[in-house]
Every structure is written in C-alpha cells, then in structure tokens.
Design a binder for this molecule. Structure first.
Ligand SMILES: Cc1cc2nc3c(=O)[nH]c(=O)nc-3n(C[C@H](O)[C@H](O)[C@H](O)COP(=O)(O)O)c2cc1C
Length: 174
C-alpha cells in the first residue's frame, strides 16, 4: 500500500521523528511504499479561506502543499504524526490539515488513516484524537489505528518507550 506520513514536529531527531522512523521501518519491512513529509521543514502557508479550491480542488497558493496534495491523491493510507502542543497537534501539522480542504474537493484514493501522538504529560490527547476522528469520519476514511505515547518530556525519551512496539500492530492493521 502507498502510505503518506504527515509528521508535524519542528524538532529534528525528536520524539515524533523517532516514532515515525519506527513505524516506517516496520511498514517498509511489510512491503508498503512510504512518503514521509516533515511538514515543519516545508513551506506550507495557512489556508486563506478564499474557497478558490472549490470546486476543482486546486489551491490558489503555490507552495510545498502542492507536492503533498499530489501524494495524498494517489495514497491508500494517510498517517498523521505530531507532538501534542497545547492539547492539540502542532500548528505546522494543523496548517496542512486545513489545506486538505482543497484535497477534499479534488478527491483522493485514501481509504484509511492513522494517528501517532506523543506528549510530555499523560491524559492530554482527547482534543487531538477527537479532531482526528471527526475529520476521518467526514472524509469517509477508516481508522487503522491510534498510538498515544505520553511522558516524552525530553528529546529522545522515545528511544526507550515500550509503546514503540505498538507500531507492529498498526502496520498489521493497514
Ligand atoms: C509548544 C509546546 C507545547 C506543548 N504542549 C504540551 C501539552 O499541552 N501537553 C503535553 O503533555 N506536552 C506538551 N508539550 C511537550 C511535547 O508534546 C513533548 O515533549 C513531545 O515529545 C515533543 O515531541 P518532539 O520531540 O517530536 O518535538 C509541548 C511542547 C511544546 C514545545
């Protein structure tokens, strides 16, 4: 399957990157094709709300979102990965999510989605998980799995996180 990963942390080599890498290794070993986008390293402007993408799905803004939109159009699975920032996903990932508005008009082959979140504290995931569930329900995508890893207070905490094993079950569920 073709999997597009939207990874939202600006911190290179941080916990989200480690988590995405662990997922990517297992997914590749299972024969899936991956496109990983570190969206914080790309130029992606916020949605202008101009409705210029309605109805043909082409955004009026010419930035790196065009490449992501193209990849999503031909993908089977879309995976969102982010650190929790103030009980939500990072602003960089949220900008991409807002820009999916144009993709919703042009359509895509995506059938499934997944969510990987990590945070400094426990019990902070509910708003981001609810947002994800509502978005994929609206778009008619099936949830392939959600991995939530708290207590990632330091850069690199993820390296020893036991929950990293959960990526195997997620890959099996794709
Ligand atoms: C701006 C900012 C906001 C954060 N907000 C929260 C929060 O609301 N709840 C929480 O548990 N952790 C919060 N954290 C901690 C991060 O979610 C956590 O350290 C995460 O592992 C960072 O991932 P990264 O290494 O991929 O950047 C925040 C960190 C930053 C920088």
């Amino acid at each position: 399957m073709k999997i597009v990963i939207l990874s939202g942390s600006p911190r290179k080599g941080g916990n989200t990157d480690i988590l995405v890498e662990a997922f990517g290794e297992k997914a590749k070993a299972a024969g899936h094709a991956l496109r990983i986008y570190r969206v914080a390293s790309m130029t992606i402007h916020p949605c202008l709300g101009c409705d210029g993408c309605n109805p043909d799905g082409v955004c009026v803004q010419k930035d790196d979102m065009a490449e992501i939109s193209e990849a999503i159009r031909g993908a089977d699975v879309l995976l969102f990965a982010s650190p929790i920032y103030w009980f939500s996903v990072s602003a960089q990932l949220k900008a991409v999510i807002d820009r999916l508005y144009s993709t919703a008009f042009s359509g895509s082959s995506v059938k499934k989605a997944a969510l990987l979140l990590n945070s400094g504290s426990p019990d902070v995931f509910t708003p981001a998980v609810e947002m994800y569930r509502e978005i994929i329900a609206y778009l008619g995508w099936e949830d392939a799995g959600i991995i939530l890893i708290p207590d990632m207070a330091e850069k690199g905490s993820m390296r020893t996180a036991l929950q990293l094993r959960e990526v195997e079950a997620l890959v099996r569920n794709l």
